[in-house]
Design a protein around this ligand. Structure first.
Ligand SMILES: Nc1ncnc2c1ncn2[C@@H]1O[C@H](COP(=O)(O)OP(=O)(O)OP(=O)(O)O)[C@@H](O)[C@H]1O
Length: 523
């Protein structure tokens, strides 16, 4: 424990019943939680991880008194295995067939159920509909009724309608489980589903929520930022990063201070510095904000070179098909479009206009990519598919979106130019700043910043310098006026020293003598 920082020690020694640990990027939260657990060998501890791979890695690091699980694995043991014969995701057409409705209605009911599964609510209601469906109360009520019936079918072992993983998690949560642990460590608390948070907060035990409120990037999946919503009895911050230099820490802090009102500063490693460009003769990672932005960077690579690409999470998980669909819209081959969200546009111009009006970064990137590569898009898609390798270590270039990059680190990072423009418009989604912060703080030794971020930093440095210059002018003026005031007082004391009693007068004379000596020395 001697090598731990003061901040880490203050977490390890904290006995609060509800402790929130604001762990900024790369600040060694797992190391801290492992130490916290080692110091409490007689306590039964549950570490709740965000996903399966984090839980398995944690199993190898935590001591024996700690169970490392995901909420789904906890729920599976108690409820999910009852449905092991029928686990899966029901399809809209099956729902439409079973309940005699159209596919659109079936899809809306499934989405409503998915939203309800994540919530802490016990009943399905109109609140769980996607916002655009909430306007018409008759339609909304129909969808809620259908969702109720579908959920009943999911639970019915005789029905062929499958039980989704979030479905048995919800049933488990509704049973108000008693987890029977002395301490719960909830990791990635900034992106917790309300259903999980509710189960955790109901437990009568000590709780430690760990997360970085600036890495909350799953709001679109109805996650809540527990680091902001929960009123913790005690809060500790981990600000010393062990991953990156002071320069990267400085940029991350500037972003969080200016756009998120953060008052803490991330401290980088004083013993390392970083490069601002990528050495392309060595493996590097491209982090894009959007799938289309990533497609565009991969296109530039596969068109020119024989290159091995690794896509974090697998090529097929990136919905690059949307780029193809946007291309089919551009090429007026509408019959080949598979995505309904693109198929609903009459022409590429409408799609482009909608993207601008909605301020949608994904559409903007799709439009830009299609306009740039035009008829080469299908060829690029095939070339990308052919260039992929499944092992990260075998790749020349690793590609990922900022969403998938969370929790990972890379030696060299090239940030694509499809992140939010800075400074952002008046109305902006703070999660866009979080995504910039997540991407930037993945880098260890080298990072290429997006142009917009570089421009903003330059402007910020100029503004800071001019503020400093004004402060210097103001400071000089204040100093002159203070000096004038002091001289007047000194002259008065010199003239009136005899008016004081004898002891005070002696002290004043002694001090005036010292002032004269000092003044002579300075002259
Ligand atoms: N007090 C420390 N002194 C030196 N290195 C440390 C200290 N604490 C953690 N580290 C190192 O920092 C690195 C990241 O630590 P750890 O794996 O605990 O972080 P994490 O939880 O995975 O990351 P993050 O903080 O980004 O979520 C590790 O290499 C770890 O050894």
């Amino acid at each position: 424990m001697s090598s731990m920082t003061r901040e880490q020690i203050s977490v390890v020694e904290n006995e609060s019943m509800l402790l929130a640990v604001d762990a900024f990027a790369g600040t060694g939260k797992t190391t801290t939680l492992v130490e916290y657990s080692k110091c409490r060998p007689d306590k039964r501890i549950l570490y709740i991880a965000f996903n399966k791979s984090v839980a398995s890695e944690a199993c190898a690091r935590f001591p024996e008194n700690v169970q490392c699980r995901t909420t789904h694995s906890l729920a599976y043991t108690r409820v999910g295995k009852r449905y092991q014969e029928k686990l899966g995701s029901p399809k809209a057409w099956e729902i439409a067939q079973t309940f005699q409705c159209n596919t659109k209605r079936a899809k809306d009911a499934l989405q409503t159920l998915a939203n309800w599964f994540c919530s802490a609510d016990s009943l399905i209601s109109e609140e769980h509909l996607d916002v655009e469906l909430q306007g018409d109360s008759a339609v909304a009520s129909d969808i809620v009724q259908l969702a109720d019936k579908v959920f009943a079918a999911m639970k019915d072992k005789r029905s062929p309608i499958k039980m989704p993983h979030d479905g048995y998690l919800k049933i488990w949560a509704l049973e108000l489980p008693n987890l029977a642990f002395d301490i719960i460590l909830l990791d990635e608390a900034q992106d917790t589903n309300p259903v999980t948070l509710d189960v955790v907060m109901r437990q009568d035990c000590q709780k430690v929520l760990v997360g970085d409120r600036h890495q909350g990037i799953y709001g679109f999946r109805r996650a809540v930022n527990a680091m902001e919503t929960v009123q913790a009895k005690s809060r500790v911050a981990l600000t010393q990063s062990f991953r990156f230099s002071e320069q990267i820490a400085g940029i991350a802090s500037a972003l969080l201070t200016d756009f998120k009102g953060e008052d803490k500063t991330i401290v980088g490693r004083a013993d390392m510095s970083n490069a601002w460009s990528i050495d392309r003769s060595q493996p590097f990672t491209i982090i894009g904000r959007t799938n289309a932005g990533l497609f565009s960077s991969a296109a530039a690579l596969v068109l020119d070179n024989d290159v091995k690409l690794h896509f974090i999470g697998g090529f097929d998980s990136y919905v690059f098909g949307k780029v193809l669909d946007a291309y089919f819209l551009w090429a007026d081959e509408r019959s080949r479009i598979t995505s309904p969200s693109i198929g609903r546009f009459n022409c590429f111009g409408d799609f482009q206009q909608y993207g601008v009006e909605a301020g949608d970064l994904e559409i903007a990137a799709l439009v830009k990519t299609v306009e740039q590569y035009q008829s080469q898009v299908p060829r690029i898609y095939e070339a990308m598919k052919a260039s992929q390798v499944s092992l990260q270590e075998k790749a020349d270039v690793i590609l990922t979106t900022a969403h998938r990059a969370k929790g990972l680190e890379f030696d060299q990072v090239h940030m694509q130019d499809d992140f939010i423009e800075l400074p952002p418009e008046k109305q902006y989604d703070p999660e866009e700043i979080n995504l910039l912060y997540v991407a930037l703080t993945r880098a260890i030794h080298a990072v290429r910043l997006p142009e917009s971020l570089t421009r903003w930093l330059r402007g910020r440095a100029q503004r800071t310098n001019s503020v400093k210059a004004t402060e210097t002018v103001d400071g000089t003026e204040r100093w002159h006026s203070l000096q004038g005031e002091m001289s007047e007082r000194e002259a008065w004391v010199r003239e009136n020293v005899e008016a004081f009693d004898r002891t005070s007068a002696d002290v004043i004379r002694f001090l005036l003598q010292k002032v004269d000596i000092l003044r002579d020395a300075l002259d």
